[in-house]
Design a protein around this ligand. Structure first.
Ligand code: EPS
Length: 352
């Protein structure tokens, strides 16, 4: 399975091409609406106020409602770009933003907006992930995510059933007013905040992944790190495992199952059959109303202020993106496992 995206935040459209999908998967334009709306801007006051239709057009690879095995190309037209917002920073770099490194790499500045480095690009990852989620669900595998930290605010309680009922994907309903107040104050201050997203896959059988090259955890980490604004990825206990003893970290086994899941569902690059647990760190957005020292494209020192429509905490929109990336990596590994071992079932045929 291979997914590539194209298009700029302020170009006419964004899109993706999904290569390697098996034939016969039912795919309809309306399949995408739910997850794209979960990710979209402009749904609450806590995100960018850009309002996009995010309607998916299927350009290829689907005939009479099912995938044909040919590349599936999906297109979403941009309907609410406002490039004049970028006029005053067209020749300036935002500290902490990719516009600086893009300039050094390509020497070309697209002054219309964030371009390829905008979170707009993640729309198409979510669209591609919808197909992977659907395919996985038919094999008993589900993927879900929540926001598990905003700045230094952590959930006091944890209930997956609360996550989809508030604008923060937050697992503690009682804490939502506190987060609302935090985000309102943050937005008014002109600053931004980071967030942690927890993403989990349930029902993955043991055996998906590869032992050395293409380890399942390595490919999940690469997929998450490829999302804009991601600065860290943990699998299972992650960096906390540094301070654990072996006797604490190991997940004891009994015929009824594992006693804990510090491994995050992956041992030696291969799924163990436990839930796959991934934690992803999103940096605070770099487009700030607060002035900051920077350079312009001639190298001169200037002060930058970014106005326009930006997310004060882009991580708040990231759970559907992380779900999509995890689903795509899992589907890819399921297909690779089937190619090598002939089965995507719960265990290898030779394991009793
Ligand atoms: C973004 C700035 C805003 C956001 C955008 C991410 O867009 P614009 O490029 O028009 O200024 O609305 O996110 C989306 C449009 C989206 O669909 O996610 C940024 O600075 O990264």
């Amino acid at each position: 399975l291979r997914v590539t995206t194209f298009g700029e935040s302020h170009g006419p459209a964004i899109g993706c091409v999904i290569d390697g999908l098996p034939p016969g998967i039912a795919i309809a334009p309306e399949d995408f609406a739910h997850d794209l709306a979960r990710r979209a801007t402009g749904k609450t006051r806590h995100t960018s106020q850009r309002r996009e239709a995010d309607e998916v057009e299927i350009l290829s690879g689907v005939y009479e409602g099912v995938s044909t095995g040919a590349p599936v190309a999906l297109l979403v037209r941009n309907t609410d770009a406002r490039s004049k917002d970028y006029a005053n920073i067209a020749a300036q770099f935002r500290p902490g933003h990719a516009d600086y490194t893009y300039w050094h790499k390509y020497g070309i500045r697209d002054p219309r907006g964030g371009g390829r480095s905008s979170a707009r690009e993640t729309t198409m990852r979510v669209a591609a992930g919808v197909i992977a989620k659907k395919w996985l669900a038919q094999r008993g595998v589900s993927v879900r995510a929540c926001v598990s930290q905003v700045a230094d605010v952590r959930p006091r309680g944890f209930d997956w059933s609360a996550v989809e009922d508030n604008p923060f994907f937050w697992p503690d309903a009682a804490q939502v007013p506190e987060l609302e107040a935090f985000m309102d104050a943050l937005r008014k201050s002109g600053d931004s905040a980071g967030a942690r997203v927890h993403v989990q896959a349930l029902g993955v059988p043991p055996g998906w992944g590869e032992p050395v090259y293409g380890k399942l955890d390595a490919e999940i980490a690469a997929a998450m790190m490829s999302i804009n604004a991601v600065k860290g990825v943990e699998i299972g206990a992650g960096f906390a495992s540094v301070a654990q003893k072996g006797s604490e970290h190991r997940d004891l086994m009994a015929p009824e199952g594992f006693a804990s899941n510090h491994a995050g569902g992956i041992l030696g690059g291969i799924s163990s059959g436990q839930a796959i647990e991934v934690s992803v760190a999103f940096k605070p957005t770099s487009s700030l109303r607060l002035p900051g020292a920077t350079l312009d494209t001639t190298g001169a020192a200037v002060e930058v202020v970014t106005t326009g429509r930006h997310d004060p905490c882009v991580g708040l929109r990231a759970p559907p993106i992380c779900e999509a990336m995890l689903a795509l990596v899992l589907m890819d590994h399921a297909l690779r496992h089937r190619a090598q071992c002939g089965d995507v079932g719960p265990v290898h045929p030779r394991v009793p």
